[in-house]
Design a protein around this ligand. Structure first.
Ligand SMILES: [Zn+2]
Length: 589
């Protein structure tokens, strides 16, 4: 048995050894980014990240790439749209190896050839189903051969509109606007474009989408069915406010998967169709009357209750220069002359209302001087509650952390976040920094709560909810940075401090100052950004990007306990100086 085994071993080893002498094994290449089969947005250049044995010569699509002493590499290479192959070749001594990646790169918009006569129908608008009411402006556009005459026919509306070629980097884009008329047919209509060149030859094509003119006599009302429903200012555009479930809107239009919802006579927003449900025909347009505002003082909150108000959309806004907190309520009318004032000692000095438009009411809270800690607006069983948070009591002497609840949010978990060239996972580094900070904070007497345990998968939107439920006085998101496709990671460097609500700005600046002192990577600045974990207004919230994990130099730093400790120390000192400034100057009480 033994001799058989020995024979097999020798028989197996000998040829292998001989082959190895003939053809040396090449260095192992690990491509970290992009992943196999990844969809890359339309960019002309982007990055490939990975690692190889140090001192190997590396080529990415034939281009020589510098390999860091630890084996990390970053390569910016030109991309072509469509299916695209990345080939990495590494050579060390006489060994050579290759690794490949197949990705798909989005189409970059290019000018149609001037000597052609064609319309690129898939780039014509309407691209999706569009619903409009009489009086709405319909956007029409087509892309094709530049320098032509362009018209569009809306068949069932019996309208022909002339389009104008718009100046820009990409030629041959023609646009027109058409106001839907009350007499326009309610049938669906395609948009047929025709381009005519200088010799009189023409070509026609239909846009992918259809136009529906809605019956203005039929009122449609929808209700939000999810949390965090974004109210966008344009289809797929930016937003400031999110709504809870149970909020009702009058629906007045649609573009593809987004519905247009009327807030007031002068304002509309766009909502995702999957986040709302249409209510039965005949459901009245949501309206409410504010007959009273009741002020209740609680241990940590001042509550302003508007009884009997339900389901109306609202927005909150903090105007720090005016020391004002404003709640704008849509579809509401004030129906009282009296408003009872909070006591002198409150964080709210004065409450007032304003009927801004027939269907927009503003409730304004004049704030006492000092830092606003947090606020909230939500519906409960009695009506709409506009709440202002009293600051936590900061101990007069000794550690300012005593009795303060600090919520740490180590970013990512099931999703690993950004990945460095050496395969360092952002979620692990975030966790390690959070653990170091947790130790410093606990030692200083703070109560520290975390949004996740080590490997627990907690969805992004769940994290602020957990923080609030755990009684967070302050929130700190712990992340490390990356760049999107098309940007060079080797040029992205340093720490960035992110906040969104105005009451978080001073905390962001304190942490930024501490990073400048303790962390020796470039300063990427203080950035106000609408991030999911910075958006909540119930407490000051900051998100820290300590370094760029996709930059090889900074990835190497992030792997060391010394650098992680310095980041934790900077966050600790930043939080401390914020609390000390609150103790000195006094915050709203
Ligand atoms: Zn992250």
């Amino acid at each position: 048995m033994k001799s058989w085994l020995l024979f097999l071993l020798i028989a197996g080893l000998v040829p292998m050894k001989a082959e190895a002498r003939k053809k040396p094994v090449g260095p192992k290449i690990t491509i970290v980014y992009p992943r196999e089969g990844q969809e890359i947005p339309p960019v002309s250049r982007s990055f490939v990240l990975g690692s190889v044995i140090p001192r190997a010569r590396l080529y990415v699509n034939g281009q020589r790439v510098r390999v860091q002493p630890n084996g990390a590499f970053v390569s910016m290479i030109p991309y072509n749209s469509g299916d695209f192959e990345i080939t990495c070749t590494a050579v060390r001594k006489r060994g050579r190896s290759t690794a490949k990646r197949k990705v798909h790169v989005g189409e970059v918009l290019k000018t149609t050839a001037k000597d052609s006569l064609l319309i690129e129908a898939r780039d014509c608008k309407p691209a999706d189903t569009v619903e409009v009411l009489p009086g709405d402006l319909l956007d029409l556009s087509c892309k094709g051969t530049p320098g032509c005459k362009a018209v569009v026919r809306l068949d069932s509306l019996k309208q022909t509109v002339t389009l104008v070629e718009v100046p820009g980097e990409v030629g041959g884009i023609y646009r027109a606007g058409y106001f839907i008329q009350p007499k326009d047919s309610l049938k669906q209509t395609p948009a047929t474009f025709t381009l005519t060149d200088s010799s009189g030859k023409s070509v026609s094509a239909k846009a992918p989408g259809q136009v529906f003119v809605l019956d203005p006599r039929r009122v449609r009302v929808a209700e939000t069915v999810e949390d965090n429903v974004k109210l966008r200012y344009a289809p797929n555009g930016v937003f400031q406010t999110t709504m809870p479930p149970g909020i009702r809107f009058q629906v007045t239009g649609r573009v593809g998967e987004e519905y247009k919802a009327k807030l007031s006579g002068s304002q509309s927003v766009w909502l995702l169709s999957r986040q709302i449900k249409m209510l039965p025909q005949g459901t009245p347009v949501p309206k409410g009357k504010i007959a009273s505002v009741l002020v209740k003082e609680e241990e940590r909150w001042v509550r302003c209750v508007m009884p009997g108000i339900f389901g109306l959309p609202y927005q909150t806004e903090h105007l720090p220069e005016a020391s004002l907190l404003r709640l704008t309520l849509y579809g509401a009318r004030v129906d009282t002359y009296a408003i009872r004032q909070p006591p002198d000692t409150s964080v709210v000095r004065r409450l007032s209302w304003r009927q801004k438009e027939a269907d927009i009411c503003e409730i304004e809270a004049q704030l006492a001087p000092g830092q606003l800690w947090g606020y909230d607006a939500a519906y409960n069983d009695s009506g709409l509650v506009f709440s202002l948070r009293k600051p936590p009591r900061i101990s007069e002497k000794g550690s300012p952390f005593r009795g303060i609840t600090i919520c740490l949010d180590p970013g990512h978990s099931a999703d690993p976040g950004a990945i460095g060239c050496l395969g360092t996972l952002e979620k692990d580094v975030n966790w390690q920094i959070a653990q170091r900070l947790l130790a410093l904070l606990r030692e200083a007497g703070a109560k520290v709560v975390l949004t996740r345990t080590k490997d627990e998968d907690v969805p992004l939107y769940e994290r602020p909810k957990r923080a609030f439920a755990l009684g967070a006085d302050l929130f700190l998101g712990i992340h490390n940075n990356a760049v999107p496709d098309g940007t060079d990671p080797s040029k992205a460097r340093g720490f960035g401090v992110y906040y969104y609500t105005s009451q978080s700005e001073s905390l962001a600046r304190c942490i930024h100052q501490a990073y400048r002192k303790f962390v020796r990577v470039p300063d990427d600045g203080v950035i106000q950004q609408n991030l999911a974990v910075c958006r909540p207004s119930q407490y000051p919230a900051v998100l820290m990007e300590s370094a760029y994990i996709i930059n090889p130099r900074e990835e190497a730093l992030l792997r060391t306990s010394r650098f992680q400790q310095r980041c934790a120390k900077a966050m600790f000192e930043g939080l401390k100086s914020f609390l000390l400034s609150q103790r000195e100057h006094g915050s709203l009480r």
